[in-house]
Design a protein around this ligand. Structure first.
Ligand code: HEM
Length: 157
């Protein structure tokens, strides 16, 4: 944390005007909103909502919006944390947030390797595959909701 705070990015964040932190925080929230908004629709579809809409039709816009949102959230989050990194030492919500993000990402990697996901453009999943996708959708929702809740609570510790 001391290294992050003493980094060039940390210095730049602290010395580039009173609005910088607020604007980067706004960017963080826009990234989170894009990530979670897209994942909410995709995860609910995996859980069985809107069955008549093909999974491929939901995934086509949701995946790039969520990916872009994550990149924006991670980049802006890194800027936020370097600003006063040592203040977060011992903050339990940070220790909940990062494993939750890691779980959300690992779950996305697992889904991307499932046969049913790879074949989504050509066929519907079998009932067995549908159950696997639903479990993945539930894990995803839980991990992103945990990341959001703990991220919001960091500042209240
Ligand atoms: C991956 C790199 C990320 C880093 C390094 C990071 C870091 C941070 C930091 C330092 C804060 C400010 C905490 C404070 O002092 O109040 C914050 C706020 C927050 N983060 Fe992240 N974050 C990251 C990604 C994410 C993701 C992926 C999510 C959600 C899915 C998320 C959700 C939040 C939320 C909800 C807040 C509170 C915003 C506010 O109320 O102003 N973060 N994050």
């Amino acid at each position: 944390m001391a290294w992050l705070e003493g980094s060039a990015l940390g210095h730049a964040m602290r010395n580039s005007g009173v609005w910088t932190y607020g604007l980067v925080n706004l960017t963080h929230i826009l990234g989170i909103a894009s990530l979670f908004g897209a994942m909410l629709v995709l995860d609910l579809r995996l859980l069985g909502a809107w069955r008549r809409v093909p999974l491929a039709a939901v995934a086509r816009p949701a995946v790039p919006v969520a990916t872009t949102g994550f990149i924006v959230a991670a980049t802006s989050g890194l800027c936020l944390i370097t600003t006063n990194a040592t203040e977060y030492v011992g903050n339990p919500f940070l220790l909940i947030k990062f494993p939750a993000i890691a779980l959300g990402l690992a779950n996305a990697v697992v889904v991307s390797r499932l046969t049913a996901w790879k074949a989504r453009e050509t066929r519907d999943p079998t009932p067995h595959e549908r159950r696997h996708l639903a479990v993945a959708g539930a894990i995803s929702l839980l991990s992103w909701l945990t990341a959001i809740a703990s991220g919001r609570l960091i500042g209240y510790w």
